[in-house]
Design a protein around this ligand. Sequence first.
Ligand code: ADP
Ligand code: ZN
Length: 212
Amino acid sequence: MNLVLLGPPGTGKGTIAKFIEVRFGCAHVSTGDLLRDEVASRTAVGLEIEPVMNSGALVDDAIVLRVLEKTLAGLKGKSFVLDGFPRTLEQGEILEPLLARLGIALDLVLEIDSPEEIIVKRLSARRQCVSCKRIYGLDVPSKNEGLCDECGSQTVLRKDDEPEVVKERLRLYNDITRPLSDFYSGRGLLRKIDGDRTLQEIFAEVEKLLSP
Ligand code: ADP
Ligand code: ZN
């Protein structure tokens, strides 16, 4: 099963994608993580996109596409859950020929949504492990504050989770990503999920939706 996860930042998309990965064996493909890896490895692309990402703006389509296509091609037919792409109608339109080229069909698009004040509260509490990239937050805190349960590295507030940047990301989401909801609804692929619940409740609903 090949999935796209849609939803504003702070709705637990990454955590839900991880759940789907573990429960259904779909590779979690996060364009945000792929791009952050480029930055962390100080590649030429990484140096170019670092200031863009830190400001909360979107990275150039050509760059995201290159990184994404390489990753999807590397899956060699393994199913995936796509998190953070597409983010604009244009990217939704580009994704279709890209998948066709790789002989991949999209099965379902899950859209998770929550009220804005809850999103802001969640993101300011969110921390990410600097090495394994695991996310911690209000629902899933790390056992030792500031340290990753998985690998013991430091967990930090991401630059793009700072309040001013969060506001910009939410504005961007409403303006340019939300229209993808109608785009996929028109293709009969969209399922909406209420994100204003505990992760356990959301997992249960996702499980029901994805079970045959
Ligand atoms: P979130 O979904 O929580 O906003 P992500 O980890 O998905 O955060 O993305 C972080 C940053 O990576 C974005 O703010 C943007 O700069 C860049 N990025 C990720 N995916 C895309 C994309 N599909 N198109 C353009 N930029 C992207
Ligand atoms: Zn870690």
